[in-house]
Design a protein around this ligand. Structure first.
Ligand SMILES: Cc1cc2nc3c(=O)[nH]c(=O)nc-3n(C[C@H](O)[C@H](O)[C@H](O)COP(=O)(O)O)c2cc1C
Length: 179
């Protein structure tokens, strides 16, 4: 197996991070790999906002918890949807970009694979998808620097792994070679 395939097979979602910050060089390498992703018509409209400020991540998570409580969504006590990861990368694109979900997802997968190759844990964090337009949540996103016309596609928690979760078994009957 070559190195790329090994990285693809090695990647798994991490939900238990050490609090240690990522060094900037590593974070930059991951983000730069992210933006190498393909994009529809090469428009390159999606952007990645890597939040390394713990107070800002916690403020965002707090506002999300308020929304979940208001919506009656049951969550575990002290729920932290980003698992206290030291970095939360928010990937977003302009609402007029009709392919932002596809583009942003490609960008995120590049981030996950680059992180894995550098021994950094990662996980897709989805909780902003249906909450990002609640005023209090949006205010934090604006504080982070998201343009007002951007919609979040998804987020990547990043950090050094404290505990590796189990490897999820993949359903191997999902590809088909048609001759
Ligand atoms: C679109 C999408 C949304 C996801 N949202 C979350 C999430 O909000 N929280 C989480 O812990 N994992 C999330 N995941 C990670 C999946 O749970 C994980 O990929 C799946 O269980 C398979 O495990 P693996 O990534 O270790 O192979 C998401 C993954 C995708 C692709």
């Amino acid at each position: 197996m070559n190195e790329t395939l090994e990285t693809i097979y090695k990647r798994k979602s991490c939900r238990d991070y050490l609090p240690d910050p990522l060094d900037e060089e590593t974070l930059k390498a991951i983000l730069e790999a992210g933006i190498q992703a393909p994009s529809a018509m090469n428009r390159q409209q999606c952007e990645a906002f890597a939040v390394t400020n713990k107070e800002l991540i916690d403020e965002l998570v707090h506002e999300l918890n308020v929304v979940f409580a208001e919506r009656g969504e049951k969550k575990p006590e002290n729920y932290h949807c980003a698992y206290h990861a030291p970095v939360l990368v928010i990937v977003s694109g302009p609402e007029y970009e009709s392919r932002r979900i596809e583009d942003g997802s490609c960008l995120l997968e590049n981030i996950f694979l680059a992180a894995t190759s550098l021994n950094v844990g990662s996980c897709w964090i989805n909780q902003l998808r249906d909450t990002q337009n609640v005023e209090e949540v949006r205010n934090v996103l604006t504080k982070i620097g998201l343009p007002v016309n951007h919609q979040v596609v998804g987020c990547a928690a990043l950090g050094y792994v404290r505990n590796e979760g189990p490897r999820k078994e993949k359903k191997l009957n999902r590809y088909h070679i048609i001759k």
